[in-house]
Design a protein around this ligand. Structure first.
Ligand SMILES: [Zn+2]
Length: 449
């Protein structure tokens, strides 16, 4: 039995507005939270005890949409229209190899972990062969993070290189192999599939087959939906549908097991459809700003009852993986959009970064709050910093003052992955060096191609 107790901290369990324990403790036994209480923790024999005086304990953050390998592509293509940028991203598939995927994913996991993220949803879409997905899955499980591996499929599209187009049969076979390889052995990892960016790289046949396949395997769906006006324009021009969700409706893609990244350009009808089908959304405000995509109708979606989580998106359209920065951007962007400072409150934003993100990924019973019975995905934030003190409103300051570098300790699935900012599982320096070498090799191959 492995027991960990974190003592003497302020606990924000994210179980309801106003719920806070000023001075308390959390105990986890074999990764399960067994006690969340105020006061002094009873001593247990053989336990690991973490003194967290002056720190705030939160559920680990949930990054509901990213592409980990893209840390190798930070600031490579900027300042260009969305579809031109996307064509370059897809073009990487011509030279991408498993070492690039592994090295990038490890660095991406390290950055997420050091910023307090304990769950990442890796939306995987560049598969010149089966090996890059395998390498990425291994990097995620090796990092200790909880992962949702959304292995998507592309079968068409002018801007998609042939080497990464797959028939549904080939793609589904590879996904089944990937899942069989895990053998159901790692409870920290779940799988999804999906069309990548419909309709520009997904045929109607593929959409139909994806829904059937997802249902048959009881795995969810992840897709980029209505990210830019240009994608909606293609949908209208070529398919005579008012929007991307309207198009996806025809194939039953929306649903309780689906998460739609971005969802920037939606009609009121489409928002109602997402709410009615309990489809979740991952809002990626920093990426949306960087690519000039627009401002997602987050307030409208929340009002309609859509479950909204937060994502950084890949570093090729964000530059980083900082979910605290993402929360602040999500808050500010809605205030700007509506020209109303009160249109969204900090607690709702913190929910999007924790409990709502967990539900959006189908992990609501596993993580996202600090409660007895859930797995111990916990972070300690050091708020004793000049940019955080003095504290007037803890929740607002976590959203608007905290930075990724304020995260002191990370526990995922009961395992301490970082303590006093030192990683316990990953060799930080080796991960960075490996990514630098992979980036050099990737750039050389791209310029030679
Ligand atoms: Zn994305």
């Amino acid at each position: 039995m492995e027991t960990t107790t974190i003592t003497d901290c302020t606990i924000l369990p994210m179980t309801g507005r106003g719920a806070v324990i000023e001075s308390g403790y959390v105990t986890a036994v074999d990764g399960n939270i067994t006690a969340v209480d105020k006061g002094e923790a009873p001593a247990r024999e053989g336990e690991t005890r973490i003194d967290a005086r002056g720190k705030v304990l939160l559920p680990g953050l949930v990054n509901a949409h990213t592409h980990l390998y893209q840390v190798l592509l930070r600031a490579v293509w900027e300042d260009m229209p969305f579809l031109d940028w996307l064509e370059r991203i897809y073009g990487v598939a011509r030279v991408l190899n498993p070492e690039h995927a592994a090295a990038g994913a490890l660095l991406g996991c390290l950055e997420n972990l050091k910023g307090g993220v304990t769950t990442v949803c890796e939306h995987n879409f560049l598969n010149p062969g089966p090996e890059c997905a395998v390498a990425t899955v291994d990097a995620i499980t090796g990092s200790g993070l909880r992962g949702v591996f959304a292995r998507t499929v592309m079968d068409t599209g002018e801007i998609v290189p042939d080497c990464t187009k797959e028939t549904p049969e080939t793609a589904f076979g590879r996904i089944e192999d990937l899942m069989a390889r895990q053998g159901g052995g790692d409870p920290r990892l779940t799988f999804r599939t999906g069309p990548n960016t419909p309709p520009i790289n997904a045929s109607p046949d593929l959409l139909r087959e994806i829904r059937r396949f997802a249902d048959a395997l009881s795995i969810g769906i992840s897709a980029h939906v209505a990210e830019s006006a240009s994608v909606v324009e293609v949908t209208r021009r070529t398919l005579d549908r008012a929007g991307v969700v309207e198009h996806l409706k025809d194939f039953g893609i929306p649903g309780e097991d689906a998460i739609f990244a971005h969802s920037v350009h939606l009609s009121a009808d489409e928002i109602r459809h997402l709410a009615g089908t309990r489809t979740a959304v991952s809002h990626n405000p920093v990426s949306n700003m960087m690519l000039g995509d627009g401002i997602a109708p987050v307030v409208e979606m929340l009002e309609a009852g859509v479950r909204v989580g937060l994502g950084t998106d890949g570093a090729a359209s964000n530059h980083g993986q900082d979910l605290f920065e993402t929360m602040k951007a999500a808050s500010l962007l809605q205030k700007v959009k509506h020209q109303d400072a009160g249109v969204i409150d900090p607690y709702s934003v913190l929910c999007m970064g924790t409990v709502d993100g967990a539900h959006a990924l189908g992990l609501g019973s596993v993580c996202g709050t600090v409660e007895v019975g859930k797995r111990a995905d916990l972070i300690l934030v050091d708020v004793d910093k000049p940019h955080f003190q003095p504290v007037n409103d803890l929740v607002s300051q976590l959203v608007h003052c905290a930075k990724a570098t304020d995260v002191d300790t990370v526990v995922a699935d009961g395992k301490v992955l970082m303590r006093e900012r030192r990683c316990t599982l990953l060799d930080e320096e080796a991960v960075v060096r490996r990514a630098q070498a992979a980036r050099r090799d990737l750039m050389e191959r791209m310029s030679a191609a």
